[in-house]
Ligand binder design. Structure first.
Ligand SMILES: [Fe+2]
Length: 327
């Protein structure tokens, strides 16, 4: 049973997601998942005039044929399972809006998205689209450069309003993918920066030496050794590739949030969306329109970085600079 304020939060986010009278809504859960929002998602979708149904599958990363007609019928998919089946991307191409919801209730409410978040994220994505070079530096030693323009980026702002848009409540940030093979330099993951999916704060700096789009060496103490062991365990060079890059624009994120939860109870949108972070990542580039598959994807938000597009500052020492991206 959820509080009235939590119920109001669902109404707010499904309204921002433009849930209209008569729309088909599929709420997707996984058999082994907690699916804690299945009732409230269905209830609020019905209150707003939608035609909701709850669908639970054994493995959301391999959706069964029997589930496909229902999923294809959706106007809005509310995904409580974080499905990674390729069908989800296909549904997006066919216009289905997807809203993923995983975080605990108090994080959903604290980071409640607003319409204005979309405008700020759109402004940032416009800058990315126009740029041909991204450079990132930090006092910890990051000095890293990539070429842009061949692949597309993704925007998240916490609701799924436009046809085909995939989003997650909560979190506002922009990403893009570098031109294949263009990433050069070093990224220093400093003390207190975060590794996902490990959901761990780094305790000793990790230096990533990057050449021609791939991590070529990993230097540092125990955290560097653990990261190296993880990447090497896949015996697949593509896990060392640079994946999406961008910066956080969420209001009301808490960098320390992860330290208060058991790992299975939290997803980590506080870190990914943290206002003024640099979000570095490794592995695939499929969702940018590239062809690289990889069996592992790491998201690594870094604090206190400076990010420049064609020399124009977007973030300086963790502070968002352009007026139309600022809170
Ligand atoms: Fe990612």
């Amino acid at each position: 049973m959820f509080t009235a304020s939590h119920h109001a939060a669902w109404r707010h986010v499904l309204s921002l997601s433009r849930l209209r009278e008569g729309e088909n809504v599929i709420v997707l859960g996984a058999q082994a998942g907690r699916n804690q929002y299945k009732s409230i998602a269905v209830q609020v979708a019905r209150e707003l005039g939608g035609e909701p149904a709850y669908l639970e599958v054994e493995n959301p990363n391999r959706l069964p044929k029997s589930a496909i007609p229902a999923l294809r019928s959706a106007d809005l998919l509310i995904d409580l399972s974080h499905a990674h089946d390729p069908l989800i991307r296909q549904l997006g191409q066919d216009g289905v809006r997807t809203l993923t919801v995983l975080e605990p209730p108090e994080i959903l409410e604290r980071m409640l998205p607003q319409q204005s978040d979309k405008a700020r994220v759109d402004s940032a994505q416009k800058c990315i689209k126009a740029a041909r070079k991204m450079r990132v530096t930090s006092a910890a030693g990051t000095d890293f450069e990539v070429a842009l323009g061949e692949l597309k980026g993704n925007s998240q702002y916490g609701f799924a309003d436009d046809p085909g848009h995939w989003d997650q409540w909560p979190g506002a940030f922009v990403t893009t993918y570098s031109n294949d093979g263009s990433a050069q330099g070093q990224v220093v993951i400093d003390e207190g920066d975060i590794l996902f999916p490990q959901k761990e704060y780094v305790r000793s700096p990790i230096k990533l030496l990057i050449e021609d789009g791939y991590i070529k060496a990993i230097e540092g103490g125990v955290d560097a050794k653990l990261l190296k062991a993880t990447l090497e365990s896949y015996n697949n060079p593509e896990v060392f590739a640079v994946s999406h890059l961008g910066w956080g624009l969420s209001r009301n994120c808490r960098w320390d949030a992860l330290s208060y939860y058991n790992k299975q109870d939290v997803e980590g949108q506080d870190g990914r969306g943290f206002y003024g972070n640099f979000l570095f990542s490794t592995g695939p580039n499929l969702s940018g329109g590239g062809s690289r598959r990889a069996p592992l994807h790491l998201d690594i938000p870094l604090m206190g970085c400076s990010t420049f597009l064609d020399g124009v500052p977007m973030v300086v020492d963790g502070v968002v600079i352009p007026e139309d991206q600022r809170v």
